[in-house]
Design a protein around this ligand. Structure first.
Ligand SMILES: C[S@@+](CC[C@H](N)C(=O)[O-])C[C@H]1O[C@@H](n2cnc3c(N)ncnc32)[C@H](O)[C@@H]1O
Length: 245
């Protein structure tokens, strides 16, 4: 059985949450680790398609922020043969993994690859955007605001954004985050039998840059999006649908 002594997310915490600095072996393990951390990971991506599809034209162009690994590109690309994608991620290793997985799925030729921050993408307007499991790696309100404004500036008015992020409670009572952390830990042990992996996954989330959900929703409104609709939650991971105002 694979050792999980240092999971990708654990290295990210140690090194300031930078996926681009992870050793290759950790990137290779991302697909299995993420499904332990978030047991509803594949269902989440199915839901993302269900919530996006009413908004996006048949030949829609979708901005995928934090596209490393490639799951959004594959799920949406297979479901919508005429959609095209802009894939943005600062981590070359995670983008390379996305590229090889999308090539195997026959989707890669519809993807424009941008290795870098949102500024690395050209200013083309898109019909939809996703930002899934990214924002809790972005520390600081200015940085979070820059990312969300960058997405807003690349969306047409009325176009949807799917945002999924870990959140934490506001510190006025530790119960909600503590309950979710314990469930995450117990769920990871039940799924893998690996106590050290479970402990590290829990630690990763507890030490992440997650902010309270209400603050995140306000940040969305402040950066040019409508009042978000929550469509998903597993443990501390919450998903919202919002639109560019
Ligand atoms: C946990 S992975 C999620 C990948 C994918 N969205 C998924 O659902 O599997 C987080 C990704 O976000 C990327 N990331 C971190 N900061 C980012 C930023 N400011 N802009 C775009 N991507 C970022 C990381 O490099 C990494 O590939």
């Amino acid at each position: 059985m694979q050792s999980h002594e240092n999971t990708p997310a654990q290295h990210a915490v140690d090194r300031g949450l930078r996926f681009e600095q992870l050793p290759q072996r950790h990137t290779d393990r991302y697909q299995s680790d993420i499904r332990v951390l978030l047991p509803t990971y594949d269902g989440l991506h199915t839901l993302v398609d269900a919530y996006l599809r009413p908004f996006v034209p048949d030949d829609g162009r979708v901005l995928v922020v934090g596209a490393g690994g490639g799951t959004e590109l594959i799920t949406l690309g297979l479901a919508h043969p005429n959609w095209t994608f802009t894939a943005v991620d600062p981590a070359a290793n995670m983008l390379a993994s996305a590229r090889s997985r999308t090539e195997a799925a026959g989707v890669a030729e519809r993807v424009r690859w941008c290795c870098g921050a949102i500024d690395a993408t050209n200013p083309h307007l898109h019909d939809a955007a996703t930002c899934i499991l990214v924002l809790h790696f972005v520390a600081g309100d200015d940085e979070r605001r820059t990312l969300l404004q960058g997405i807003a500036s690349r969306l047409r008015e009325g176009s949807p954004l799917i945002l999924v992020s870990a959140v934490r409670d506001d510190g006025n009572g530790d119960l909600p985050s503590a309950v979710h952390s314990q469930a995450l830990y117990d769920g990871a042990i039940a799924a893998t039998g690996q106590e050290r992996l479970a402990a590290k996954l829990r630690q990763n989330i507890e030490q992440s840059a997650a902010i309270p959900g209400d603050r995140l929703k306000q940040l969305l409104v402040d950066t040019g999006f409508s009042e978000p609709l929550q469509f998903f939650q597993t443990y501390q991971f919450v998903g919202w649908l919002t639109t560019r105002t």
